[in-house]
Design a protein around this ligand. Structure first.
Ligand SMILES: [Zn+2]
Length: 435
């Protein structure tokens, strides 16, 4: 139980965070806040309250022995070695089924044995499946199991940069999380081809990040993205309504058109579509009616659009390949796979972005790559020259609230300067799980 005094302190902390978060959001809307203190002050207070208790056990009354799950280690073994009897373990395993089944425990994950004195029998075991939650297997009084969501704060942060060498350098070189590329690629999937990223390209991102005790735990949603390249300026604005959510450009057109630009992430084009190419194996000029993407052996290959698998088989030239029919107009083919993904058989339906196989060099191939072939009305064409049909437009009903959101995000984006060296927090909100 929390003492009365502590409870008050805790409430003050929450109130402080909420107040600051309102200030933060206001500044976030006007886009003028570059004040680090907005975040650091409440987070510091949070840690003071957290240091008194660990997993709900007072630091003064309990000892914690931290470790991680080893290969072939079962929860029952750990508990038995900590002095818990088999009947109690059996009772726990039964009770755990409805809360967090002990069979879900995974190698490498952190756990702590809780004791009342440093060498006594365990009174509880705490397992951490991810940084945002933990499971308490408790043997005090009666056997019980609780799955607790941690309290975390969500900060809105920004990232920006100008490419000197690669997107990787522009992000990681500045200390940003490289997972941001994934978010950015997803948001701008059909308007920017990131394998064409060039020196001088500029990007700005607004995104959420979750923190526990000042430690960044994970990325949240991407709220807005801007990318400028030789083809122009591209925007992606995250919009959520009661009906659907997703990314849209500044004119409310869905960012995600029905086709992705490439079948492999982070790949490079090793051989473009061409009507006369010198074939590296056949040693003569023949048309290359596909686009080759070089990638590491085993890299997932994704279907560029929704569709139905019409073949998943092998020929001497193609190696293992998959062909997909998307609609009456378009079909795509992916060659030289090392293997097919599970469930990829003729007749299977696939969704845009779904993994259909893995990069290899089966058939006529000099190294691991995907030869990507694209048919339009039965004719092989260069997919990079296609204007793909857009996804369904946003219903008019949502336009007013979308435009509000758009103006807010674009205003914020316009205030991010490119030479900003690090992410700065813009606003804070708090997550209070009902535990
Ligand atoms: Zn090819």
């Amino acid at each position: 139980m929390m003492t009365k005094e502590r409870r008050v302190w805790y409430d003050i902390t929450i109130a402080l965070v909420v107040t600051l978060s309102l200030v933060g959001i206001y500044r976030y809307i006007t886009g003028i806040n570059h004040d680090h203190n907005v975040v650091s002050s409440p987070v510091t207070e949070m840690r003071k309250t957290a240091s008194v208790e660990q997993y709900g056990f007072s630091n003064e009354d309990y000892f914690f022995e931290e470790s991680s799950i080893a290969n072939n280690q079962f929860l029952g073994d750990i508990l038995y070695n900590s002095g818990i009897s088999y009947p109690l373990i059996a009772e726990l395993e039964q009770k755990a089924k409805e809360v967090y089944d002990v069979r879900r425990i995974r190698v490498g994950k952190k756990y702590s044995i809780v004791r009342e004195d440093s060498c006594g029998t365990a009174v509880a075991l705490v397992y951490e499946p991810d940084p945002l939650s933990y499971v308490v297997y408790d043997f005090r009084d009666s056997v019980s199991v609780r799955n607790i969501e941690r309290e975390y704060i969500t900060c809105v942060e920004t990232a920006s940069g100008k490419l000197q060498t690669s997107l990787w350098d522009a992000l990681v070189g500045q200390g940003y999380d490289f997972a941001l590329v994934d978010l950015m690629e997803d948001a701008l999937a059909s308007s920017v081809s990131f394998y064409h990223a060039k020196k001088g390209d500029e990007f700005k991102l607004i995104y959420e990040r979750k923190y526990i005790d000042e430690r960044p735990i994970s990325l949240g949603k991407l709220l807005g993205a801007y990318y400028k390249n030789a083809r122009g300026e591209h925007y992606a604005i995250y919009f959520e309504s009661d009906q659907y959510s997703g990314f849209f450009d500044q004119e409310a057109r869905p960012s995600k058109k029905s086709f992705l630009l490439s079948p492999v992430k982070y790949s490079r084009i090793s051989s473009p579509f061409s009507y006369s190419r010198f074939h590296p194996i056949k040693k003569r000029k023949i048309p290359h009616l596909g686009t080759d993407y070089a990638a590491l052996h085993g890299t997932p290959i994704r279907t560029v659009a929704d569709g139905v698998v019409i073949s998943a088989s092998y020929t001497k030239a193609n190696g293992k390949f998959v062909k997909i029919k998307h609609d009456k107009t378009y079909q795509t083919q992916y060659l030289h796979m090392s293997r097919f993904a599970k469930g990829i058989v003729p007749g299977a339906t696939v969704q845009r972005g779904e993994t259909i196989g893995y990069v290899g060099s089966t058939g006529l191939a000099t190294g691991p790559h995907v030869c990507f072939r694209f048919w339009k009305n039965g004719r092989q064409v260069n997919h990079l020259r296609e204007n793909f049909p857009p996804a369904d437009p946003m219903p008019e009903l949502y336009l007013p609230s979308f435009y509000d959101k758009r103006n807010e995000i674009m205003n914020f984006l316009s205030h991010i300067t490119i030479d900003e060296p690090r992410a700065t927090a813009k606003s804070v909100s708090i997550n209070q799980p009902n535990t």
